[in-house]
Design a protein around this ligand. Structure first.
Ligand code: ATP
Length: 466
């Protein structure tokens, strides 16, 4: 039995070597006497060649084998044995362009059905769709997402989820290097974590409960438990009935919380360095995957300023007003405002990544530290990438009395918050943190037109399957 080789590891160095490879039948071309069969493994493809021989020739495959392979359904999973040789001319249809495989043996491990609900060619992004707005309610995308397993086999999805894996790994490694420990908090909770109506209610043995909208309260309680720096990567649930290109009803939240020394800007700088490190590592390590994604969507690479660009909320409002936008000074930023600001900031500061600080207290959650010098604003901040909010954070109120007063002031029913509020009774260090959506960040980093591309099995108001 020959040692099995991965398609991606083969090269002209394997010339004349007999190898055993596995993959899916991507496509076939029968030229009468020669069969060209492209075998695919992830984003790697290799052309395998079978020449028709007289029946019964010693040690060679028969005409029956030729006919069987000629008719094998695309997407079938097969194993091939053959000799690697240098291609006479580059095989442009394959990732392995300089070598081919002369088939001498095969095993069909699992046949696919003939009529695929969607072919990989159909699922692939075509030239004329690169600039078209990617509408996920269109029949094409509904079909793609209904058949997500096949859709996931495309180059594009394979590339996206490799970068996704890299993103998770980099974030975890970076935070651990900076003294954070990873925690997991409950997702079934007694009361809404972020307040508001965007909560999925569940029946918990006859008692009302809900799915966590974020790990906010629990990561802060971990700080009260004297873990100085914590992070969590886990699912969060939002019952937002909005069909947009950046909202999911379930997404992966990347949350961190840390004790601060002097100022919440310590968190802002740490997160900025984390993002720069992350984007730099991904661009280097996943250049092949990123090239595949770029070939599907036309988007310029990211630009960063040499120093972190910080824009206080009132300045952001002034920028928008200077560009003719009519709006109140304390209104939250709409999606259009964020987009417009992205353009303005890029013009002024030549960066796609920046931070807005000092959000108004009226638009931030109850636990946010209000600016002691001006109660209309807070110690809250959002990071923007390509004109979209990718993460949100703030210094939190750590004094029990102030927190209880804020809860009362906002008319929040304190009973479901008892355990959270009590945690502050026993002394709490000043702390701050952030929450980001993994899929949203991947979408903005890679320039994907819709957040559903970066969710393995997306959940939106219309989609609960597959
Ligand atoms: P938005 O204003 O974009 O709806 P938000 O202010 O509700 O976001 P937060 O509650 O502050 O968002 O959540 C923190 C981060 O989580 C956001 O910056 C974003 O990256 C991500 N996020 C929030 N809601 C969603 C969602 N529905 N789908 C995907 N990611 C989300």
């Amino acid at each position: 039995m020959y040692q099995r080789s991965e398609l991606k590891n083969l090269s002209i160095l394997n010339h004349q070597e007999v190898v055993r490879v596995r993959g899916r039948v991507f496509s076939k071309k029968d030229c009468g006497r020669i069969l060209f069969l492209i075998v695919r493994d992830g984003i790697d493809t290799l052309q395998a060649v079978l020449v028709k021989n007289k029946e019964g020739t010693d040690g060679q495959l028969s005409i029956g084998d030729y006919n069987l392979l000629r008719k094998i359904e695309n997407e079938s999973f097969i194993e091939l044995i053959g000799t690697i040789y240098c291609a006479e001319q580059p095989v442009s249809a394959c990732s392995q362009q300089s070598i081919e495989l002369a088939i001498s043996g095969y095993t069909i491990l699992s046949r696919s059905v003939l009529d695929l609900p969607i072919t990989l060619k159909e699922a692939a992004i075509k030239e004329d769709q690169k600039t078209e707005s990617q509408d996920f309610s269109s029949i094409r995308y509904v079909k793609r997402l209904n058949n997500r397993i096949l859709d996931l086999r495309t180059d594009l999805a394979q590339a996206i989820f490799r970068v996704n894996d890299g993103m998770l790994f980099c974030i975890q490694s970076y935070l651990r290097n900076y003294g954070f420990i990873e925690i997991k908090t409950p997702k079934l909770i007694g009361g809404a974590s972020e307040g508001g109506a965007d909560v999925f209610k569940v029946d918990y043995f006859g008692k009302p409960a809900c799915l966590a909208q974020s790990p906010q309260l629990y990561k802060q309680m971990a700080i009260m438990g004297d873990f100085k720096r914590v992070f969590e990567i886990g699912p969060v649930f939002r019952a937002e009935n909005s069909d947009t290109n950046r909202h999911l009803t379930e997404f992966i939240g990347v949350d961190l919380e840390m004790v601060i020394d002097q100022s919440y800007m310590e968190v802002v700088h740490l997160v900025y360095q984390l993002l720069l490190d992350l984007f730099d590592t991904l661009s280097k390590k996943y250049h092949r995957e990123i090239a595949i994604i770029r070939s599907c969507f036309n988007l310029p690479p990211l630009t960063f300023a040499s120093e972190l660009v910080v824009i206080p909320f009132p300045d952001a409002v002034s920028f928008l007003k200077a560009y003719g936008k009519e709006r109140g000074d304390f209104d939250d930023l709409s999606k259009e405002d964020e987009k417009q600001l992205g353009v303005i900031v890029k013009e002024k500061y030549h960066t796609d990544l920046y931070v807005i600080t000092h959000y108004p207290s009226s638009v931030r959650p109850f636990y946010t530290m209000v600016d002691p010098n001006d109660g209309r604003y807070t110690h809250a901040y959002d990071f923007m990438l390509r004109g979209v909010e990718i993460l949100s954070g703030a210094q939190r109120i750590h004094d029990y009395v102030s927190l209880s007063q804020r809860v009362a002031q906002l008319g929040i029913e304190p009973t479901t918050l008892d355990h959270y509020l009590n945690a502050f009774k026993y002394g709490a260090p000043p702390h701050a943190g952030v929450g980001m959506g993994l899929e949203r960040m991947l979408k903005c980093f890679l320039g994907l037109p819709d957040v559903r591309y970066s969710s393995l099995f997306p959940r939106d108001p219309k989609r609960l399957y597959p």
